[in-house]
Design a protein around this ligand. Structure first.
Ligand code: NAD
Length: 434
């Protein structure tokens, strides 16, 4: 099938590459000229495992093309995916500016009937709005159908997830659109759920809101464990064995970040407000997460009282491992709080440093490796559980730091490992080892 994908970010690029891989002719469109130039050279502007190889393979097979020109990108394509960003607006609602602009560009360039498929996460009702906006601007002899195909990939394993996800959701009020999308998606060999348009939009928001709730819940339990002398790892393990609860998303830490959970939870509350429905549970999920993001700094202050002039090594900046994404990363809030208190922050991340510089500029020192970050440090904070960071031997903390005091926001180490190792170790929801 001939397919256009609008937006070449984490979702759009992975979608385009994977649709090409299963045998479609795909043209990816983006308004960012620099990004398209990089893509045309066969390079990926984002860090995502396995993406570059798959992309190059399909460029060579001439299945995959890139353009900034909507006329070129939409020509002959019957299936048009929208995968532009839907960031958080100032009032917490989803900002649909990019959706609006993409819809206008589609309407201006489309010359044939097509199915528009929205991958972007959008508030319930947005797909109807997109259809109306595009259809009303087209000439009478062109008809579009609309479908929602929300995305569930996880950054860091996006290509793997596309071929190994739990389900594919397709929502439309048009049976023929559902049939076409079912056929296209059949080659991913995953369970397909067909539903109505509004329910598909809601499935995405409800899923993210639920996952965020699970994280805030376990973080709250972790904070209580600390005060009661229990160990959250043992508690999560015992809870997770109950199939009704499930073991995933029960890892306590310094809260969720990234480009989805923070904005999507706020967007759900905002759509609730629009229809006069308060959502106190989700309000508190967000509140618990806000507190959790800086909990390591609270622990540092409790331990040291004063950190002015101290060298603090920050290990990991990305919002989670295996991605270069810094959007809403807890490291931003932790680092800014440490700077406010007068600490000298030396940070290391295996891939997110360039993106971190855009946000934290020259307020901190960017270390080229773990050793540089730890060298002469008074305190070490673990913020992202990259394997490289998990695997730092305890002997390195002892060798490089003044006196090794570690605050681990991701519970990377077994407590047993710490005992007898001359390292003071604070983590989340577990006893302090010193
Ligand atoms: P992103 O910011 O990484 O990429 C968006 C891309 O769209 C950018 O390259 C931008 O230049 C391009 N763009 C903006 N306006 C355009 C226009 N008018 N025409 C063409 N291109 C345009 O965003 P993302 O992280 O890929 O997220 C996209 C959507 O998918 C969002 O709604 C997000 O909530 C949702 N989503 C994201 C993830 C994730 O893990 N990132 C997972 C599931 C769903």
């Amino acid at each position: 099938m001939n397919i256009a994908v609008i937006g070449t970010g984490y979702v759009g690029l992975v979608t385009g590459v994977c649709l090409a891989e299963i045998g479609n002719q795909v043209t990816c469109i983006d308004i960012d000229h620099e990004k398209i130039a990089i893509l045309k050279e066969g390079k990926s502007p984002i860090y995502e495992k396995g993406l570059t190889d798959l992309m190059q393979k399909n460029i060579e097979k001439e299945n995959l093309h890139f353009t900034t020109d909507y006329n070129e990108g939409l020509a002959d394509n019957q299936l048009i995916y929208i995968a532009v960003g839907t960031p958080q607006g100032e009032d917490g609602s989803a900002d649909l500016t990019f959706i609006d602009k993409a819809s206008e560009s589609i309407a201006a360039a489309l010359k044939q009937d097509a199915i528009i498929v929205t991958k972007s996460t959008v508030p319930v009702g947005t797909n109807e709005y997109i259809k109306e906006k595009i259809q009303s601007a087209l000439s009478e002899n062109i008809t579009i159908q609309i479908a929602s195909n929300p995305e569930f990939l996880r950054q860091g394993s996006a290509v793997y997830d596309t071929f190994n996800g739990d389900r594919i959701i397709i929502g439309s009020d048009d049976q023929s659109a559902l049939d076409v999308l079912e056929e296209v998606n059949a080659d991913f060999h995953l369970p397909i759920v067909k539903t109505d348009l509004r329910s598909a939009e809601m499935i995405k928001y409800a899923s993210n809101a639920f996952l965020a709730t699970k994280l805030s819940f376990i973080n709250e339990m972790a904070n209580l464990c600390e005060r009661l002398g229990a160990n959250i790892d043992n508690v999560s393990n015992g809870m997770g064995m109950d199939k009704r609860i499930g073991s995933s998303f029960l890892n306590a830490g310094i809260g969720y970040g990234g480009s989805c959970f923070p904005k999507d939870t706020r967007a759900v509350i905002s759509v609730g407000k629009d229809v006069g429905y308060d959502m106190p549970l989700l309000e508190n999920v967000i509140g618990v997460n806000e507190r959790q993001k800086v909990i390591l700094v609270d622990k540092v202050m409790e331990r040291f009282q004063e950190i002015k002039g101290k060298k603090v090594a920050v290990l990991g900046l990305a919002f989670k491992p295996n991605t270069d994404d810094m959007r809403e990363a807890p490291s931003i809030f932790v680092t800014e709080s440490l700077l406010d208190k007068g600490a000298a922050v030396h940070a290391y991340d295996p891939v997110a440093t360039e993106n971190a510089k855009q946000i934290l500029s020259d307020k901190i020192t960017y270390a080229a490796n773990v050793k540089e970050a730890l060298d002469g440090a008074d305190i070490a904070l673990i913020l992202t559980e990259w394997n490289e960071i998990r695997e730092i031997p305890l002997s390195d903390y002892k060798k490089y730091m003044n006196h090794p005091v570690i605050f681990d926001g991701r519970n990377c180490f077994d407590l047993d490992e710490r005992i007898g190792n001359d390292v003071e170790y604070h983590s989340i929801g577990r006893p302090v080892i010193n």
